[in-house]
Write a protein that binds this ligand. Structure first.
Ligand code: GLA
Length: 776
């Protein structure tokens, strides 16, 4: 709900209030953002400014004690006394950087904000647009936009700059929002990494100065996700005030958190000013991407709850919104480029028997693509590998009872390709300079209409030629040599690239093929952002499928994005990138907290492993809605070697315990489930999983009637066909007991085997199924 009265703007969500007020000079003073309060509190909440301080600058000769440096503001400019980091840096028609935007009006609408050329959140919402005119050039108008999504406690913000003055305006920086917060010790939490190590949580103290989180790679990047948190110093997973911020944008982003001289904290986000320069001629308008803001008092969990609901309800759209996502088998790690029709049929046959619903053919099916050195850009099927083409393959897969999906990387091209030979001028490169390559490929210039048309037409042709129900859209490098001969001003390049991409995605996935499930990928999670999620309901989270690495990667991503967006596959052990051996149960237990898939050759598994996978898939399908759409919580672990994830569905909860390294004679484990309802009764049961006999090494001889050698024939054969059921636990208790924490069975400690022991070892895990007992 948005209320406007006497210069006070009062924005309310289910659990939060956001208030600002116009000063008598027409500047928007930020009053409050936090748990709900009423208008009666405004005067008390306001920061008091009664005296001028030392070297501070008065706004005007007749305004003593009115210094913009001292006031919490909603947006601020340059040159009128506010010396904190600025969200707007524009060159005005008079050549100066000085701006002074003062209030000129507002409008309210009962809809979400829409923006030409950029995706925005949609659905039930209210939008407030506040107009500010520059005091010298009243034709230059800054519009500050607030969209309130009440139920998920999210406020989106964006800006538009309109130039109706006589001269040109040059934008060097225009942030989507600025938020000033009164003093409090905060930490900034960012999600950083690189390829195969995305989204690791880093927490830094906000001290005097500026902390920046940004990307200059051309996309939102695997280095620094655009989303971040601001947590009160004592806040953790479960407790304390935490703010969450994100951008609906897939390009170069920039966020800064500054602790100012008077202890207040300024936050802003938007397009990265790095290499950005935009000329706004008379009559033109520039719109920023939309920023997303939320806040909660129950630690990271409250931001997660709000952001997850927001993404599922107001970002993801189309047929797959709130829909259960299929279990896929992706053939990449099974074959890489080395496959033919026979191999695919054989893998698909096994996948179908195990319960896979979607068979996905990854890279290597087109042009002369035998390695990553050639063929990219030529979207014609390689009929040597696939006689009968994609049409016949899709038919065959459908006949087996599965859906069919296909990989593309439409934004890039190999030099050794027909596309490059025909259009060498379509790549991004500066004339007179040699272009740099990434994974042997160039990026196509998506600012060009003919490149956009080529991508739309070639994908449309393939997608129309067969029953393709899923597309994995990859993008495997960062941009270098940024330049386009379509642009007079190269400062527009990066942003126009992203607008070109959005336009292509819109044409393919909304206009031509709205029934296709689109999974976005960029060398894994190099473009895991809200902009892409507006088109692709799920994203390939990381090329790294090692479950222990995924604890950090998925754990970081969950802080901002729901499980329904997190594509997670079970792959081979030892893992291809880390060489770490992990139990099949742990690989499943981690992937199940997302959109489950498999990425391995089922033919390389033992018969028992295949049986195990069949059970995993059946179990996942039964509880898929809870895993993909349930309310996810982190539980703070008392043990540094354990991670605790829990998910609550309609009448069931899953609690995952994941152990990194085993400690000898481990401390006892308690299962604490804050998501339980204190006044309900529950059945707690460990989810069935297996232990490979081979895991016990030479200990095996102590538990078998005849002494067997660990590397002997009998043990090897037994290991292929049988496994031990992991310790079964079963408890019946109240929600009060579970909220306090119940004692779990002891972990194996080397002094004997008992069927009630939990055998985790290095990288072991358990999932507990906690089911409400109805009617008691
Ligand atoms: C990227 C993707 C992988 C796979 C390969 C194919 O690395 O992230 O999942 O699709 O490309 O070349």
């Amino acid at each position: 709900m948005i209320k406007v009265k006497d210069g006070v703007f009062f924005l309310e969500t289910d659990k939060t209030s956001y208030i600002f007020k116009l000063t008598d000079k027409g500047h928007p003073e930020h009053i409050y953002y936090g748990s709900r309060v009423t208008c009666a509190d405004i005067e008390a909440l306001r920061m008091k400014n009664t005296i001028m301080l030392g070297s501070s600058v008065d706004y005007a000769p007749d305004t003593p004690a009115y210094s913009l440096d001292n006031i919490l503001l909603e947006y601020s400019g340059i040159g009128k006394g506010d010396y904190r980091h600025t969200p707007i840096e524009i060159i005005m028609p008079d050549g100066s950087f000085v701006t002074d935007f003062v209030y000129s009006g507002y409008s309210l609408a009962d809809t979400a904000y829409e923006c030409d050329g950029l995706p925005t959140a949609y659905g039930k919402a209210q939008t407030l647009i506040v107009d500010y005119k520059d005091k010298k050039y009243d034709g230059i108008v800054l519009k500050s936009i607030y969209t309130v999504f009440e139920e998920c406690n999210v406020i989106c913000r964006a800006c538009e700059l309109e130039n109706n003055s006589e001269g040109d305006v040059i934008i060097r920086k225009l942030m989507s929002f600025m938020l000033d917060i009164p003093a409090s010790p905060f930490d900034m939490i960012t999600f950083d990494g690189t390829w195969a190590r995305e989204a690791h949580l880093h927490r830094r103290a906000v001290e005097a100065g500026i902390l920046v989180n940004d990307s200059t790679t051309g996309s939102s990047s695997n280095r620094h996700n655009p989303g971040f948190l601001l947590a009160a110093r004592d806040a953790d997973e479960e407790r304390g005030i935490v703010y969450g911020f994100n951008l609906v944008y897939s390009g170069n982003h920039y966020s800064a958190v500054e602790k100012g001289p008077f202890g207040t904290v300024r936050v802003m986000s938007g397009i990265n000013p790095h290499c950005f320069l935009w000329k706004l001629k008379r009559g033109e308008k520039f719109s920023t991407p939309e920023a997303v803001i939320t806040l909660g008092e129950c630690g990271y969990n409250s931001v997660m709850e709000n952001m997850h609901a927001f993404v599922n309800e107001h970002i993801v759209r189309g047929k797959y919104k709130n829909a259960e996502r299929p279990v896929v088998l992706n053939n990449w790690e099974a074959h890489f480029f080395n496959f033919n029709r026979r191999k695919l049929h054989s893998l698909a046959g096994k996948a179908q028997k195990l319960g896979v619903e979607m068979f996905v053919l990854d890279d290597g099916w087109f042009g002369a693509r035998e390695s990553d050195r050639a063929g990219l850009g030529d979207w014609q099927v390689n009929t040597k590998k696939l006689p009968g083409g994609i049409t016949a393959l899709a038919k065959k897969i459908n006949k087996m009872g599965m859906k069919f999906g296909l990989w593309f990387e439409p934004e890039c091209v190999n030099e050794d390709s027909n596309l490059f030979r025909a259009h060498p001028d379509w790549i991004i490169k500066v004339p007179g300079r040699e272009g740099s390559v990434g994974r042997n490929q160039y990026v196509l210039d998506l600012t060009k209409a003919e490149v956009q048309d080529y991508i739309v037409d070639s994908l449309d042709k393939v997608l129309s030629s067969a029953n393709i129900e899923y597309v994995k859209w990859d993008y495997n490098r960062h941009i270098s040599d940024a330049y386009s001969n379509t642009l007079k001003n190269q400062g527009e390049f990066y942003h126009r690239y992203i607008m070109g991409l959005y336009s292509v995605l819109e044409r393919i996935f909304f206009q031509k093929h709205p029934n296709v499930l689109f999974e976005s990928c960029s060398s894994g999670g190099n473009r895991f952002d809200l902009g892409m999620l507006c088109y692709s309901p799920q994203i390939w989270t990381s090329d790294n499928t090692d479950p222990i690495e995924r604890l950090d990667i998925q754990g970081g991503i969950y802080c901002l994005y729901p499980q329904s967006a997190v594509s997670a596959h079970v792959s081979m052990s030892p893992h291809q990138q880390t060489l770490r051996p992990t139990p099949l149960s742990t690989r499943f237990n981690v992937a199940a907290f997302g959109v489950l898939g498999y990425e391995l050759d089922f033919g390389e598994l033992t018969p028992h492993e295949r049986r195990e996978i069949k059970e995993q898939i059946a179990f996942y399908k039964k509880h898929r809605r809870t895993f993909q759409y349930g309310k996810l919580n982190f539980v703070k672990s008392e043990k540094t070697n354990q991670i605790l994830w829990q998910i609550k569905g309609d009448d069931e909860i899953f609690a995952g315990i994941y152990q990194r390294h085993q400690t000898s004679c481990p401390e006892r484990d308690i299962l604490r489930v804050p998501l339980c309802d204190a006044y309900k009764e529950y059945l707690v049961e460990s989810v069935k999983q297996y232990l490979r006999i081979g895991r016990f090494g030479s200990l095996i001889k102590h538990i078998t009637p005849v002494a067997l050698r660990a590397d002997g024939f009998i043990v090897r054969v037994a290991d292929r066909h049988f496994a031990m059921t992991d310790g079964k636990e079963f408890y019946k208790c109240s929600g009060r007991a579970l909220r306090a924490g119940i004692g779990l069975a002891m972990q194996y400690a080397g002094t004997g085997y008992h069927e009630k022991l939990r055998i985790l070892g290095d990288f072991g895990s358990n999932i507990y199924h906690i089911k409400e007992i109805k009617g008691e």
